[in-house]
Design a protein around this ligand. Structure first.
Ligand SMILES: C[S@@+](CC[C@H](N)C(=O)[O-])C[C@H]1O[C@@H](n2cnc3c(N)ncnc32)[C@H](O)[C@@H]1O
Length: 260
């Protein structure tokens, strides 16, 4: 357990995201970074909303497919339509464990998200997936199917090899019939754009130390041996909607993969 020191001198990715979603749990340093990023990526607010809509659609889909256990890693500050609210609307007996490493998320999360007997908030770092699974094991039965949610977090693992190792560990923890859901920053396939470097400079000041967009092939490789659910890897706004996937511009790629 950390001593929950809240750093208000450097931007927190959870609080920047909260600001974009219209939340109040952010400080001047976060708002400044968020506004700086908006100048570089004017669609950022829309991208966050699209990401939350993907979360809702994918969790509804999994709950309707019979999943009753959710491990939401990098859950972020509580907002509207949190995972347990979405899942329990479909399946009231769903169990949800929220995990984050940002002290402010844990404080607000414990106050707001853990108000239901089937939801829990734990401190954990994605870079230590075995520890997360061990701690979550007090609340979830990993012998039964579990859906691991990695929404807008994996791109904060800057090093490709480290993310490969993390994903191998999580894939091993998910039994057949379980799922891994991911949304991941994607730079777009248009060339000659230096926005990515400018965005990275802003994120370099945050706790993860940067943001690494990955290509479709790199994201796909993270699900080796799993069955990608239709429509496979697409920008989140095109995942089971009537929108046509546009891979040319920066977006967030969404994936729902089943363990077989
Ligand atoms: C952009 S927010 C996404 C929130 C939510 N998953 C969503 O998609 O709406 C990213 C979250 O991941 C958390 N995070 C970043 N790196 C992490 C790590 N290594 N371990 C645990 N949480 C992390 C941040 O604190 C933040 O709350």
């Amino acid at each position: 357990m950390t001593d929950l020191q809240i750093d208000t001198t450097s931007p927190s990715v959870a609080r920047v995201y909260d600001y974009w979603l219209g939340g109040k749990d952010n400080f001047a340093v976060d708002r400044q970074a968020a506004e700086q990023l908006l100048k570089l990526v004017p669609d950022a607010v829309e991208m966050c909303r699209d990401n939350r809509a993907f979360l809702r659609r994918s969790v509804e889909h999994l709950a309707a497919s019979g999943i009753r256990q959710f491990l939401d890693i990098g859950s972020g500050l509580p907002t509207q339509e949190n995972v347990h609210e979405v899942a329990m609307r479909v399946a009231p007996d769903s169990r949800v464990v929220y995990v984050d490493n940002d002290p402010i998320v844990l404080v607000h999360g414990r106050a707001l998200l853990a108000t239901h007997e089937n939801t829990t908030v734990i401190e954990g770092d994605l870079r230590e997936p075995e520890a997360i699974v061990a701690a979550a094991g007090a609340h979830l039965d990993f012998e039964q199917p579990v859906a691991v949610l990695l929404l807008s977090i994996a791109h904060f693992v800057i090093d490709d090899e480290e993310l490969t190792r993390i994903m191998a560990s999580l894939r091993a923890a998910v039994r057949p019939g379980g799922y891994i859901v991911m949304s991941h920053a994607f730079a777009g396939e248009r060339t000659g754009d230096d926005t990515v470097e400018a965005v990275q400079e802003v994120y370099a000041k945050s706790a993860p130390g940067g943001l690494t967009p990955r290509t479709r092939a790199q994201i796909s490789a993270l699900f080796e041996g799993m069955e990608l659910q239709e429509p496979h890897l697409v920008p989140v706004n095109a995942w089971r909607t009537d929108q046509r996937p546009d891979f040319s511009k920066p977006s967030t790629i969404g994936v729902v993969a089943k363990a077989v």
